[in-house]
Design a protein around this ligand. Structure first.
Ligand SMILES: [Zn+2]
Length: 62
């Protein structure tokens, strides 16, 4: 059996419930703790999700 892990914190489905997400033809998994970051601060997790544009978020600095 394949063990999947959160794309951001790398915790596995053995440690925490994981959600499946589809992005650019790929399937990744995210845990509930990292999901808010993906929604509200994608630039903080973009490094762990290839293809996600950190600069694509229209959010004022400061
Ligand atoms: Zn996570």
């Amino acid at each position: 059996m394949q063990t999947v892990s959160c794309f951001n914190c790398k915790r596995t489905e053995q440690d925490i419930p994981l959600l499946t997400m589809h992005f650019q033809g790929n399937v990744s998994h995210v845990c509930p703790q990292c999901l808010p970051a993906l929604i509200h601060k994608p630039q903080t997790v973009a490094a762990n999700l290839p293809g996600l544009r950190a600069s694509g978020v229209d959010e004022p600095e400061g």
